[in-house]
Design a protein around this ligand. Structure first.
Ligand code: SF4
Length: 250
């Protein structure tokens, strides 16, 4: 059997619903376009380009100038998306508002970002390959590392921050194991409601993340071997692309 490709998104899929994982990761079934996800991609690409500019030009005006070009590129890569967005003004207004919120949370003129869309990877075990894309990784002149992820939705309700931080802990684990440096800060930036969730990972926390990944990886390998992917109904079903073929709903 090929090595299992594990990422925070696939771990999320499997824990949310093993059947969803099967549709996505094993059968690679096509999915309907999600406008929220596409808007997220657009805003991410503008923020990525923003850090290519010299510090003094990293202003909200520059981000708003980059936006139309990024949008043109996105719809030329995916013309179906262009047809789905029926009210382009409303679409761009929302993207602009998310970008403006970004500038209320960080001042990109105050620091340089070392990497954007950094791919971290590692052969986790002989059977499992672990990887993920980090939105932004900043290394301070003092050597301290900050891992940042932008979210275009709203911040988690109290008590759900730990679940939200799991993705960044996986990136921190990969960075720590590959580079031997423990990241100092993990930072989730929620542009939907202008909030930041921060955490400083300890070795203990990352070792616990490593154990969780091992356990989930083993569970997925067993599911593949036995072809047993139970359905798990939840509120997520309403957003699931596979609801019309899912045995739990048919
Ligand atoms: S519709 Fe619900 S139960 Fe079915 S695959 Fe999707 S998330 Fe799982």
């Amino acid at each position: 059997m090929d090595q299992l490709r594990l990422s925070p998104s696939r771990v999320n899929d499997f824990t949310n619903c093993p059947q969803l994982y099967k549709y996505r990761a094993i059968l690679n079934l096509p999915e309907q376009i999600s406008l929220d996800a596409e808007r997220g991609k657009l805003v991410h690409s503008v923020l990525e380009d923003l850090f290519e500019l010299p510090r003094e030009e990293r202003l909200s005006e520059s981000a708003l100038e980059i936006l139309p070009t990024a949008w043109k590129k996105q719809i030329s890569d995916n013309p179906e998306l262009g047809q789905m967005v029926t009210n382009e003004k409303e679409w761009m207004d929302r993207a602009e508002s998310l970008l403006e919120t970004y500038f209320t949370l960080e001042n990109p003129q105050e620091f340089d970002s070392t990497y954007r869309e950094l791919h971290l990877e590692k052969n986790f075990t002989e059977e499992i390959y672990l990887h993920g894309y980090v939105d932004r990784l900043d290394i301070a002149p003092t050597g301290e590392v900050r891992i940042v992820d932008y979210k275009t939705g709203k911040s988690p309700k109290p008590g759900w921050e730990e679940k939200a931080l799991f993705q960044l802990r996986v990136y921190a684990l990969l960075y720590w194991r590959n580079e031997g440096v423990l990241p100092r800060v993990l930072q989730l930036i929620y542009l939907g409601d202008g909030k930041i969730v921060k955490s400083s990972p300890t070795e203990k926390v990352l070792e616990a993340t490593e154990r969780i990944l091992h356990n989930i990886g083993e569970e997925i390998l067993t599911a593949i071997e036995t072809d047993f992917f139970p359905t798990k109904k939840s509120r997520l079903c309403d957003w699931c692309s596979f609801k019309n073929i899912c045995p739990a709903h048919n």
